[in-house]
Structure formats: C-alpha cells, structure tokens
Design a protein. Sequence first.
Lengths: 110, 240
Amino acid sequence: MTGFSDAHVWLVIAGLGIGTYLIRFSFLGLVGDRPLPGWLLRLLRYTPVAVMPGLVAPLILWPQATGGQPDPARLAAAAVTLGVGLWTRNVVGAVAAGLVTLYGMLALLG
Amino acid sequence: MPTSTPKITPAARRAFLRGMRGAAPFILVIAPFGLLFGVIGTEAGLNIAQVMGFTVLVIAGAAQFTAVQLMVDNAPTVIVLATALAVNLRMAMYSASLVPHLGRAPLWQRALVAYGLVDQSYAVSILEFERTAMPLPERFAFFMGSFLVISPFWYAATLVGAQVGTAIPDSFALDFAIPITFLALIAPALRTLPHIVAALVSTLAALALAGLPYGTGLLLAAVTAMAAGAATELAMERRA
C-alpha cells in the first residue's frame, strides 16, 4: 500500500470500526424502550422491503461478473428465486431453485 | 447483593436454534465474500492482523472493500472514513426498525445486537419478528443465533483468504449468491399491497439512482420506498 504506514491503516480500522458500531447502536441503543411516534413506526415497518430489493436490484440487472451486462442466466435465476419464494414461502427452497436455475442456465448457455 | 445468573429457557434455546437455521443459507454468501476480502486486503498490502482487524472490528463487507480500495487509490483518510461510513448508513435504519422489537432489552444485549447488526442477521430476524410474536428473550436469542451461525464463517473465510491468497474462481458465479439469498428471504415478506409497493419503489428508485456515489442512491431509494409503503397503508385504511 503506497504511502500508508501501519499506524495509518490502524487509524482507518479504528475509525471505521467505531463509526460503524455507533451507526448500528444509534437508535437501538439511545432510544431503547422509549415509545416511537406512530408515523415513524409506520415508516419503519417497511424497512426490510424498502432496503433489500434496492440492495440487490443493481446486482441482478448489472452483474459485475459480466462487466455490468445483463445476463440471461442471472436474470432467470433471480426470477425463479422470486417466483418460488412468493409461491412456496420457503426460503431454502427458493435459494435452491435459484441456484439450480443459475448453474443450469450457465451450463446450457456456456 | 446476589447476582442473578440469566436463565436460558428451553424456549429461548429453541429460538436461538431457529435463528441459526434461518441464517444458515447465508453462509453461502458470507464465506466467498470473506475469502475475497482476505485476498484483496492482502494484495493491497495489509498484513494479516490488519485484514482481520477490518473483518472483526468493522464487520461490514461492502464498507471494508470500499475503504481498502480508497486506501490503494491514496485517498485522504477523512475521505476513506466518510465514504466507507456512508456505505454503512443503511444500518441506522436497521437499528431504528429493531427498536419496537428489541428496544426493551437490557443495554448489554442491545450493545451485542448492535455489533452483530449485519445485513443477513438483520433481514432474517426482522422478518421473523414481524411474522411470529415471541417474548423478548426469545427475540434476542433468535437474533444472536442468526448472527453466530454466520460470523465464524466470515472471520474464518477472511483468514483463509489472507493466508491462501486465492478466491473462488468467477466461473462458480458465487457473486450471484447475494441476490439469490436476499430475494429468497424477501419474497415471503411481500404479503400485503403496501409491502409490494415498497419493494417495487425500492427496486425502481435504486436502479434509477444507481449512479450516485457511496450507496447514497440506496439510502434515497429506501427512504422513498418506506414512504411509499406507509402512504399505501394509510390510503388503504382510509378506504376501508
């Protein structure tokens, strides 16, 4: 690592470690058992479905492994995973179906 | 003053095991990702202690990759920290949304949960808390189970990557394990119209804002999607 001393690296590790911990601790630690206002609770109810799809959508449409080009095998695998997950509500089954589709399509399309 | 040893009830033990089972599929994601960080970190010139320092103390893959990349690019330390922390800001939303479920737990438990609040343990736990009512000690046990089943793989895989220096070849397409596991998890949670609206808005907004730096696009998309979900819920209540 050019121009970075050991101490410098540790400074980054410490800063990032403490900062990340404080972000994670923030609400859980400081709000604790004080009641949150109703409007905020209503918003927070949608946190997982509001974050996770946005987290994975670019990875599905523009995978880094294909240089950002949409890839039929990965698109099909995503669709099958979502479909099986919606239909069976079974997480492990949906993962398995998605992986089978991915590797099947990759083998098929070479 | 007599100290009371916290009793682990059979129900809490079962919840812990259910948490482990729920998060187990994510080992598929965590292991290759940890391996890759070990390799990249070592190639960037970090020693093993530093690589493990990142993995154990920061324990946030995407932010770790960002920080190492910026250090290799000789970015100023302030920029390295600010950028990598921005990538982690979504975890403040995780923290807030856990308040109704774990806010009453003792401080030491909340402090532990905060350390283990990674994408996977959060997703598995919050979806379970929404689906199944259980007492607070069981919720805590479930969360810890979901975290403790994946974290050893994260640490160990990083160590192996740093020692061995080879990641899993791209041809295994394990990059796609991340979208597959999260999609599988989120699909069963799409059980009401507001949830579906939130997920759609999140997807479209994240794609539209993908050009924004440091994960800010995802933050904006998430806030917009939360508002869309809440607004849909309100509109349905009014109509009902």
